[in-house]
Design a protein around this ligand. Structure first.
Ligand SMILES: [Zn+2]
Length: 254
């Protein structure tokens, strides 16, 4: 919807500029400006999932508490260690798995489910070019991940997080067609980038509050190292750690 409004306003602005300035030799100034601003807005909307520009994502919960989410697994070396830690702390998390990895680690996927965590779709390929996939290819990729999850645990996921948080109009059509809810985040921990544990803990907790959806990766040792501190921070500040479905009042499976 936002994209339609921005596109309409841009076209009208171009039309107005043409009507007012045609023949003056100055028409290029507003035309270049309008086109540049349009591309800046579209680029921002595509890269920033929180902008809800192309796709309406849930970026924050309505209920009390905070939810932990882990992307890019299952990781054969680390996911089980994450689950051990989460179990000891009695925390239920949501794992946005990559279908390709899930297919290679079916046992791990079954274990995530058996241990009471939730599994959600994070695409099959997690391709660097997924933002450029045409409709049929993107739909097949996302469908393939859901089918892989369903085959392993007998439940079809309803929650999806776009790789890199990048969206476009094709995603909007595909997710509507498949019936998946896009999930963003409130706090991106930057655990794939930050190398300093104190800085990462600070990044994960600095703006945390009721409703926060935290984005981590169960592929990172540093995340495993700082998770006890993040959990302690939540408990010291009376923030209940709940599951994502509970925080956002959405069913995780069909
Ligand atoms: Zn990812």
């Amino acid at each position: 919807m936002k994209h339609i409004i921005i596109t309409t306003v841009s076209v009208l602005a171009l039309l107005a500029a043409w009507l007012l300035l045609r023949g003056t030799g100055h028409l290029w100034v507003p035309v270049v400006s309008i086109v540049a601003v349009y591309h800046l807005i579209v680029g921002y909307g595509s890269a920033q999932i929180k902008a809800n520009y192309f796709v309406q994502s849930i970026n924050k919960g309505e209920n009390e508490g905070v939810a932990f989410t882990f992307d890019d697994g299952p990781d054969e070396n680390l996911t089980r260690k994450f689950m051990d830690l989460l179990e000891a702390e009695q925390v239920k998390a949501t794992f946005f798995v990559i279908g390709r990895k899930a297919a290679e680690n079916t046992e791990l996927l079954i274990e995530i489910d058996r241990r009471g965590h939730y599994i959600a779709n994070h695409s099959y390929s997690h391709s660097n070019f997924i933002g450029f996939f045409p409709y049929a290819k993107l739909k097949a990729d996302i469908d393939h991940c859901s089918a892989t999850i369903e085959q392993a645990i007998g439940k079809r996921p309803l929650l999806f997080r776009p790789p890199f948080g990048v969206t476009n109009p094709i995603y909007a059509r595909v997710l509507k067609k498949i019936g998946l809810q896009s999930i963003g985040w409130t706090i991106r921990s930057f655990d794939t980038v930050l190398k300093d544990k104190a800085a990462l803990t600070q990044c994960a907790t600095r703006t945390i509050g009721n409703g926060s959806i935290l984005l981590f990766h169960d592929t990172q040792q540093i995340t495993l190292d700082i998770l006890p501190d993040v959990i302690r921070f939540c408990r010291d500040n009376n923030l209940k750690i709940v599951s994502l479905p509970e925080l956002i009042n959405k069913s995780p499976y069909d």
